[in-house]
Design a protein around this ligand. Structure first.
Ligand code: FAD
Length: 400
């Protein structure tokens, strides 16, 4: 009898961790992993690539090094899943058939329909988009010398969420280098973070959120909290200040205000909301139990508050462990296990040597939190790429 085919879509946290587990479990199946790039990137490091505090290559490693034995890797972009025919449509390779599918295509930037955001802002979404941010800031700073136009030195960050804070932390670390490199006056640089919600970082205690704000304010960041962004234009941002609309002219507008699941979810006709599918407790899709969805394309209810868990790498990796075990169970005709999330805490980086967060449920801030953050980053590389990759790419060499 022909072997069953397991196809994995996406080599991010969820997809690559599932592959790793499956290769260890060795089910009697053909395994194929499909990803649009030939590299995996650590999405949780994208803010560092965007700010230019690490090189893009530091956050990436080749997928082929993780593909063992008979496993096949196809580098291509997924267009959609044809659930009824059990095929995946790829941009270059046409149709690929599957018996069991692991869908882990991750996140995309979400504009929430705000006019001008898609056209005029720079999202923190993947490696090419973050390289563009770095290059854009460097170009604008380099142009200041000839034009003396101060708008070239104004950077707006849309959204004071986790991504916004982590990016601001890195950017404020990079500014002294940019000042030197492009010979621009520090006092003319403005970094403004605009947030619609009345408070920030609701996943942390008030004390930790206030710490993050004050650390960044000390480094020159201006916060406008409770001010919804109404529009982005080619050279400005328009936001609400009570009933009034205000405009800030700026050459750089970075969008970190929201993400959604992959648009391939909608293109494939899944029952979705913002690219996320409410999966069964065992991570299969209701009505299509041969498909498992994990990571940012999935929604799993938190029984504590009856709302979906936030999308994180931590949850994607934990889901992958269940998904791999459940794929093996499907091949062997055994019962599937329900996913149980075990939160381990969250640490938000505020640049090199500074961070804050919850380790377990213990609040931590400053240098010690930043060391924990580096340990978390290294553990992620270890879980996805093994010890060799961690030794090459890990941040342990930066522990001071
Ligand atoms: P991803 O890791 O996004 O991987 C998806 C993969 O699919 C990628 O390789 C992509 O190239 C590929 N792909 C996408 N579309 C296609 C297509 N059409 N065809 C083929 N391949 C495709 N989470 C935490 O837990 N802790 C943190 O500290 C943290 N920090 C973050 C900081 C930043 C700046 C950002 C942006 C996110 C952060 N997150 C953090 C969230 C975390 O990165 C995501 O939740 C996580 O990446 C989701 O994992 P995933 O496996 O669903 O998808």
């Amino acid at each position: 009898m022909a072997k069953k085919k397991i196809v994995i879509l996406g080599a991010g946290y969820g997809g690559l961790r599932t592959l790793r587990n499956l290769q260890k479990a060795k089910p009697d199946a053909e395994i194929t992993i499909i990803n649009k790039n030939d590299y995996h990137y650590e999405a949780t490091w994208l803010h560092e690539v965007a700010a230019g505090t690490i090189e893009a290559n530091d956050a990436c490693f080749p997928i082929k090094d993780q593909v063992k034995g008979d496993t096949k890797f196809i580098q291509d972009a997924v267009v959609k899943v044809n659930k009824d025919d059990k095929t995946v449509e790829l941009e270059q390779h046409g149709l690929i058939s599957y018996d069991y599918l692991l869908f882990a295509l991750g996140f995309e930037s979400e504009s929430f329909g705000t006019p001008g955001v898609e056209e005029y802002t720079l999202p923190i979404a993947d490696i090419p988009s973050t390289k563009r941010i770095r290059e854009h800031i460097e170009t604008k700073f380099s142009e200041w010398k000839t034009t003396q136009n101060d708008e070239l030195l104004t950077i707006i960050v849309g959204g004071a969420g986790f991504t916004g804070f982590e990016f601001l932390g890195e950017l404020t670390n990079r500014i002294p280098h940019l000042v030197k490199q492009y010979d621009v006056p520090r006092e003319k640089i403005r970094i403004i973070c605009i947030e619609a919600a009345p408070s920030v970082l609701p996943m942390f205690t008030k004390d930790l959120a206030n710490y993050a704000i004050s650390r960044l304010e000390d480094r020159g960041v201006e916060f406008k909290i409770g001010h919804p962004i109404k529009e982005a234009t080619p050279d400005s941002v328009i936001y609400a200040d009570g009933e009034e609309l205000k405009e800030i002219k700026a050459a750089t507008f970075i969008w970190g205000a929201g993400v959604r699941g992959s648009s391939v979810v909608g293109a494939s006709g899944f029952d979705e909301r913002r690219g996320r599918v409410m999966v069964n407790a065992n991570l299969t899709v209701p009505g299509n139990e041969e498909i498992l969805i994990i990571g940012d394309c999935s929604a799993v209810m938190d029984p504590a508050n009856n709302r979906p868990y936030p999308t994180t790498a931590q949850i994607a990796i934990q889901q992958a462990d269940y998904a791999a075990a459940n794929l093996v169970a499907l091949i062997n005709g055994q019962p599937l296990k329900d996913f149980v999330y075990k939160p381990k805490g969250t640490v938000c980086s505020l640049g090199d040597n500074d961070a804050m967060g919850l380790v377990g449920d213990k609040p931590l801030k400053g240098y010690r939190a930043s060391v924990i953050k580096k340990v978390i980053d290294d553990r992620s590389i270890l879980m996805l790429g093994g010890i060799g990759t961690m030794l090459k790419k890990g941040k342990f060499q930066f522990y001071k």
